[in-house]
Design a protein around this ligand. Structure first.
Ligand code: 1CP
Length: 333
């Protein structure tokens, strides 16, 4: 059994496995080299030669316990026929979507558009380098995908003012998203994913009264579905105010915490395995500070199943030597 599965399934506390959100990406010079020559990000995510290479770049460099498929949560809107472009320094921009588009959507077209991702995953999962390691597939949670689909650009701190005005479109999209997120998960598992992480990056934008409809209910449906496939699930509801309530209702196998969460409080409140927490800016500071911060998490979760990770993705300006230092420190402790 992989070390992450020992932690999740056997509740083994003796070893703290590690992987990092955005472990493949712009802080690695070998990724930047590829990215420079491949300006279209969606096409890059559909490139069956480069995706395996990029996914395995951090595994070749560092002693990580899992690879995560190099892809994006916005491949689902793309698969549903919405245009998605990434502009330098601005982030993603999505095209128009209205009710007339929705009737054209079908599973065959969706699968056809995203097939290169599944082909890359099959190639990656067969690589010897992943022996005894996990291969993480992922999706955006329904709410976070809805945010990008309706808002068209990153909400950064605020949703556009008229976000909820097209209520019937939103209701229809939410149902559709749950269906296609499940399809995307199933296809990733069939292609070799051994764990599924659900990113709800914008969970923190909602008020308490809206959580049931947009987060708890649809995410629980997805987690229940993953459980029927016998694959562990990790939820990352970033900035959600009440992690305990989220865990009680949604019931994932692992809860991933952001860097604003007090790890001691989580330990008191939550029984299931925990992942993450370390602020990615600590990787920009000196080694002594980084070590001290990492130690804090190891100490709090000493007797609790814990997967070491960050409280959000590795920042582009991170020095790969600091990532190496962190991983080595966790492995030696
Ligand atoms: O080179 C570039 O400019 C592209 C930067 C980039 C990368 C490396 C984007 C654009 N996506 C990715 C890959 C990616 N995205 C991965 C790869 C696997 C790994 O972790 O190594 C993953 C898991 C994601 C998931 C993702 N995409 C999330 C959830 C996690 C999070 O960061 O909160 C979100 C919100 C996105 C949307 C997205 N894609 C890219 C950007 C810059 C963004 C965020 C835009 C915003 O600020 O709203």
């Amino acid at each position: 059994m992989s070390l992450i599965k020992k932690c999740i399934i056997d509740k083994d506390v003796s070893y703290k496995p590690i992987w990092l959100m955005r472990q493949a990406g712009r802080y690695l010079p070998e990724f930047r080299d590829i990215r420079k020559k491949n300006k279209n990000f969606i096409n890059l995510c559909l490139n069956t030669k480069l995706v395996p290479e990029i996914t395995l770049q951090p595994i070749k460099r560092f002693d990580l316990d899992a690879a995560i498929i190099f892809s994006d949560i916005l491949m689902i809107p793309y698969g549903l026929g919405q245009s998605v472009t990434f502009n330098k320094g601005f982030g993603p921009e999505l095209g128009i979507i209205d009710k007339s588009n929705l009737s054209n959507i079908n599973e065959k077209n969706f699968k056809k558009k995203l097939d290169p991702i599944y082909n890359s995953m099959k190639i990656i999962s067969e690589n010897e380098i992943l022996k005894n390691k996990d291969f993480i597939g992922f999706v955006g949670a329904p709410w976070t995908l809805l945010v990008y689909i309706i808002n068209k650009v990153s909400p950064k701190k605020n949703l556009k003012k008229n976000f909820f005005t097209e209520q019937s479109l939103i209701d229809e999209l939410l149902k559709l998203l749950v269906k296609y997120i499940k399809i995307h998960i199933l296809n990733q598992i069939k292609s070799g994913a051994t764990i599924i992480q659900v990113f709800d990056s914008w969970a923190g934008l909602l008020e308490e009264k809206d959580l049931e409809k947009y987060i708890y209910e649809p995410t629980k449906e997805i987690i229940d579905f993953i459980r029927t496939l016998n694959v562990p699930s990790i939820c990352f509801p970033r900035n959600i105010k009440n992690y305990k309530k989220f865990v009680n209702i949604v019931n994932p196998d692992v809860i991933s915490i952001d860097y604003n969460v007090n790890p001691k409080k989580i330990l008191e409140e939550i029984d299931i395995p925990v992942q993450g927490g370390l602020n990615p800016v600590k990787l920009l500071e000196d080694k002594a500070t980084l070590k001290q911060e990492a130690k804090k998490y190891l100490k709090v979760f000493k007797n609790h199943p814990y997967i070491f990770n960050l409280g959000h993705g590795v920042l582009p300006e991170t020095n790969p030597n600091m990532v190496e230092y962190l991983i080595k420190f966790i492995k030696d402790n």
